[in-house]
Design a protein around this ligand. Sequence first.
Ligand SMILES: NC(=O)c1ccc[n+]([C@@H]2O[C@H](COP(=O)([O-])OP(=O)(O)OC[C@H]3O[C@@H](n4cnc5c(N)ncnc54)[C@H](OP(=O)(O)O)[C@@H]3O)[C@@H](O)[C@H]2O)c1
Length: 313
Amino acid sequence: MEKRDCTGQHGMSDVTVIGLGAMGSAMVRALLRDGHHVTVWNREDAFKEKAELALANDGALPAPDLASAVSASPVVIMCLGTAKQNVSNYEAAQAMLSAPDVRPLLSGRVLVQLSTGTPQEARDGERFARESGADYLDCAMWTYPEGMGTPDSSLYLAGPKPTFQRCEPLLRSPFPRLTHVGEKIGAASAIDCALLTLIYQTLIGAIHGALICEAEGVRVDEFGSIAQDQLETLAVLVKMQSDLIQENRFDDNPQGVMRTIANTVERIIRQAGDARINDSIPRFMEEIIGRGMKAGLGDSDLGALIKVLRGDT
Ligand SMILES: NC(=O)c1ccc[n+]([C@@H]2O[C@H](COP(=O)([O-])OP(=O)(O)OC[C@H]3O[C@@H](n4cnc5c(N)ncnc54)[C@H](OP(=O)(O)O)[C@@H]3O)[C@@H](O)[C@H]2O)c1
């Protein structure tokens, strides 16, 4: 690949990546593998080790400062992770980009936010970009550093369709599974939060499952293998329930009636009592399903619980 100095002139590279942690670095490598010209920048403290030495060897163009990094490309990707400092990724990004020598340079470019955030942070990010004269895409990454660029590496994007189309050829390198989830800027982080709540609660359920197995002398890894087989069924049920909720139709052909599920949860609580194991996870299910039963939803599909959570009943 042709190597050039980064002099900060607009159009020197195809894309700038800011934040060269595990995800940012893996993304840069995937972009380089597909022949894109990539300018990189990380905070000064880690700049030499991460950007200059490692990624420059692979063909990236390290920028001497943030202003040069921003002005080097028409598309600027933010990939910060600030969990260690317990501050918001978006606030950290805006703080950097608000520097007086940087913000005016955003005008006419596309700012792509890849860091994890909330829908409100996405709206704030969009306003910041608009007030800076930039177009904006807000995204949620569904991959991990080593998965970047593999066929399953997914990115959900929200923002104007023309902006998405402009960035699509670039973003397909690290994220072959690219989904534009709409023009509402909070949509990608809403999908992100929704998937995360689904997955975390499934994992927490699996911990209770492990507790049951341990107490009954069943191997937990055997449970894991069986669960792996069954998770396709879970995926089908999640889709069916989502369709029912979208159509507000809980009584036509319920696949899992709330009354039956309440009864099954009772059995799980009874097992916990018999085996003297912690029952806080099934008790949580009992409490929330109990509210649905009290609201007269016993003969409806479990999905009708959304009425309780919305406050409709
Ligand atoms: N890792 C995953 O599997 C995964 C999966 C999906 C989504 N994500 C999301 O991807 C984003 C990046 O994650 P990561 O795993 O790459 O994180 P990481 O390895 O911890 O890297 C964090 C990056 O952010 C920079 N940074 C942190 N605080 C900063 C600040 N206040 N100002 C400027 N730069 C700052 C760090 O710079 P320094 O080196 O100078 O500290 C580093 O470049 C996060 O939003 C994360 O939630 C990660």
